[in-house]
Design a protein around this ligand. Structure first.
Ligand code: ADP
Length: 547
C-alpha cells in the first residue's frame, strides 16, 4: 500500500521559489569583480534567475545541456545556479585555478555548450576559446560599460544585456527529481579529473542535511559568507542551504585576502563562514597582525583538508569563533561528517571536548560509513584500528560521469555498494571518524603506517611554523620515512633540531620525521590543498641523497 501524500519531485527550483515567497526581503551582498559592493534580495534573485532561464532558452540551451561557469562567488553566479539547473540544464562549475590545458580537457569531456565567465577570467577564456570543441556561446558576467573593448573571442555576449532583453516570466518546469542538475570534476590531485554528476534529488536531500543544527547549522538569522568557492563542490552546498533557510548571503567575489574578508565579515555582520584551512591562515594572520576581533562571527566550517588543531584553538580560544570541522569530498556532494558534540560529551573537560571536535566528526543522517581492513572486512569502531573509509547514501556517487573508470563501488556481502573514499580513518565508539591519511599519502615505514596528518598538526602547533607538509621519503632501510617540509612564519626562526625536538613526548618516537626541509612555499592545488605529490617528486629522494 502506498502512502497518500503528494508526489512533488525534489527540484532545485523549489528552493528558490521558497526563498522568494518566504524570505523575499532577505539580502544578498556581493563584492564584485567590477570593484563595487552589490546588494540584492531573494525576490530579485528569483526574478533575475527567471530572466536568465529565458535567456538560456533563447541561446538554444535545452534540458540536459551542460552550461559551464568560470566565476567567483557572486550574485550572478547564484542566478545561474538556479537558472541553469532550474530549467533542466546542467550547471558545470569549472575551476578557474586549473591550468588552461585541464580546463580544455574538462570542458571537452563535459561537452559544455555555453560558458559564462567573470571578467577576471578573460585571459584564461581567450587562451582556451579556440581550443574547446563544443562551447558555442561565451557570455561575460558583467554590464555593457565593463565589457572588454576588444577581445580575441568573436561574438562575446554581455550578461546584463541578456538579462535585460529577457522576460522575468518563466514557469520552472517540473521533471523527474533524478534528472541531472550540476556537474563538478574532482580536482585531480589523484589522476585525471573525473566528473561527478549530481541530481536534483541528491542536491535537495544534501541541502536538508547540511542545514541541520548538528551539521552546518544554518538559519534565517544567519549571515553566511562562503569563502569556499562556488566552483569547489558548489561551495559545499551553502548557496542552496541559504535559500532553504532564508539566510543572508555574503559573497566575497575575488577578494579572498585577509583584509577584504575581514571587512566583509564586519560590515555585513557575518555569523557563519566556511573554507579550507589555507584560506583561514591568511585571515588569521591579518586579524592577529592588526589586533582585531570578530564582532559577529561565531561559527566557521573548516574542511577540505584536516583543520590543524592549533588553528582551531586560535579561532575558539582567542576569537570566540566555534570551528565546525567537517569532512567530505566531491563524490559526496560534499558533506559526510561534522564534528558536532553529542549531549553526553558537552560536560567533558575542555581538552577532551577539544580532542573530539578536532576529529573529522560523525556522519550526518543520509551518509553511512564503515572502515575496512586490507581483506575488505569491517573493522571495529574502537578509535584505534584504522582502515579504508567507505561511504554510501543518496548524495554519494554511484558512478562517474560517462562511466569513467568503471564501477567505483565495492560490493559487500549483501550486494550493497560502498564508495571507497581513498581516506584512511579510525572511528571511535561514539561514531566520531578521524582521518589519519589519504591512502596515497600514507607513510609506510618498515611495514607500519605512519599518519602524515598527525605529524603535520604537531608541526603546525609550533609558533614559528606557517605551513607544514609531511611526506613519505624513500629510505634505504625502512622503505619510507617521514620527511617534514616547512614554511616558516615571516621573521620567525627555528632550526631543524628544534622542530624535531618539538615532537618529543607528543608522538611515538619512531614516528618523528627523519629530517626537515625548509621551503619558501608549499605548492597548493586548485582547491587550496597542499600538493603533496609535487613535494614527493621533489623531495622523495631527500633521505637517500643525504645518506
Ligand atoms: P580531491 O579528492 O580531488 O582532492 P575533494 O575536494 O573532493 O577533491 O577532496 C576530498 C578529499 O579531501 C577527501 O577524500 C579527504 O582526503 C580530504 N578532506 C576533506 N575534508 C577533510 C578533513 N576535514 N580532514 C582531512 N581531510 C579532508
Amino acid at each position: 500500500m502506498n502512502g497518500s501524500m503528494m508526489q512533488l519531485p525534489l527540484l532545485i527550483s523549489s528552493l528558490l521559489v521558497h526563498a522568494e515567497r518566504h524570505h523575499g526581503e532577505q539580502e544578498i551582498v556581493s563584492r564584485r569583480v567590477e570593484g563595487d559592493i552589490h546588494r540584492t534580495t531573494y525576490r530579485e534573485l528569483a526574478a533575475r534567475s527567471r530572466r536568465m532561464a529565458n535567456a538560456l532558452a533563447g541561446l538554444g540551451i535545452k534540458s540536459g545541456d551542460r552550461v559551464a561557469t568560470l566565476a567567483w562567488n557572486g550574485h550572478r553566479h547564484l542566478e545561474l545556479y538556479y537558472a541553469v539547473s532550474g530549467s533542466g540544464a546542467v550547471l558545470h562549475t569549472l575551476n578557474p585555478r586549473l591550468h588552461a590545458d585541464q580546463v580544455v580537457y574538462i570542458a571537452d569531456h563535459a561537452e559544455d555548450e555555453a560558458l559564462f565567465f567573470d571578467l577576471t577570467f578573460l585571459p584564461l577564456v581567450e587562451a582556451i576559446a579556440h581550443r574547446v570543441k563544443t562551447i558555442k556561446t561565451f557570455v561575460v558576467m558583467t554590464d555593457r560599460a565593463h565589457m572588454p573593448a576588444a577581445s580575441k573571442i568573436p561574438n562575446l555576449l554581455c550578461y546584463e544585456e541578456l538579462a535585460a532583453a529577457s522576460s522575468d516570466a518563466f514557469a520552472w518546469p517540473s521533471f523527474d527529481e533524478n534528472q541531472a542538475s550540476s556537474l563538478c570534476y574532482t580536482s585531480g590531485t589523484t589522476g585525471n579529473p573525473k566528473g561527478v554528476l549530481y541530481s536534483h534529488r541528491s542536491t535537495v536531500l544534501h541541502t536538508f542535511a547540511i542545514a541541520l543544527p548538528d551539521a552546518l547549522n544554518c538559519s534565517a538569522r544567519d549571515s553566511i559568507l562562503p569563502v569556499v568557492p562556488m566552483f569547489h563542490v558548489n561551495a559545499w552546498g551553502l548557496p542552496y542551504a541559504a535559500c532553504m533557510m532564508g539566510s543572508k548571503l555574503v559573497f566575497p567575489g575575488p577578494g579572498l585576502d585577509g583584509k577584504s574578508l575581514y571587512e566583509l565579515f564586519e560590515y555585513e555582520r557575518v555569523t557563519l563562514s566556511a573554507g579550507v584551512p589555507t584560506v583561514w591562515q591568511g585571515l588569521l594572520g591579518y586579524v592577529d597582525a592588526n589586533d582585531l576581533k570578530f564582532s559577529t562571527m561565531r561559527r566557521t566550517v573548516i574542511g577540505g583538508s584536516a583543520c590543524p588543531p592549533a588553528m582551531m584553538k586560535t579561532f575558539q580560544e582567542r576569537y570566540d569563533v566555534q570551528v565546525l570541522h567537517a569532512w567530505g569530498m566531491t563524490e559526496m556532494s560534499p558533506v559526510g561528517t561534522v564534528a558536532a558534540l553529542k549531549g553526553s560529551q558537552v560536560g567533558l573537560d575542555a581538552p577532551t571536548r577539544f580532542a573530539i571536535q578536532a576529529k573529522q566528526g560523525r556522519a550526518v543522517y543520509g551518509v553511512d560509513m564503515k572502515i575496512v581492513g586490507a581483506d575488505g572486512a569491517e573493522l571495529p569502531w574502537d578509535g584505534v584500528q584504522s582502515g579504508e573509509l567507505m561511504v554510501r547514501g543518496p548524495w554519494v556517487i554511484d558512478q562517474y560521469f560517462k562511466g569513467e573508470g568503471g564501477d567505483p563501488l565495492v560490493k559487500d556481502g549483501e550486494g550493497d555498494g560502498w564508495f571507497p573514499t581513498g581516506d584512511v580513518a579510525t572511528i571511535d565508539a561514539s561514531g566520531f571518524m578521524q582521518i589519519t591519511d589519504r591512502s596515497k599519502d600514507v607513510i609506510k615505514s618498515g611495514g607500519e603506517w605512519i599518519g602524515s596528518i598527525d605529524l603535520e598538526n604537531i608541526a603546525m602547533a609550533h609558533p614559528s611554523v606557517a605551513m607544514a607538509a609531511c611526506i613519505a621519503a624513500t629510505h634505504a632501510k625502512w622503505d619510507e620515512r617521514p620527511l617534514l617540509v616547512v614554511v616558516k612564519k615571516p621573521n620567525a626562526e627555528v632550526t631543524r633540531d628544534e622542530l624535531l625536538a618539538f615532537y618529543e613526548g607528543r608522538i611515538a618516537k619512531w614516528w618523528t620525521p627523519d629530517d626537515v626541509v625548509f621551503v619558501e612555499a608549499i605548492p597548493l592545488g586548485a582547491t587550496g590543498k597542499m600538493l603533496k605529490n609535487r613535494l614527493r617528486e621533489q623531495y622523495g629522494r631527500h633521505l637517500l641523497d643525504k645518506s
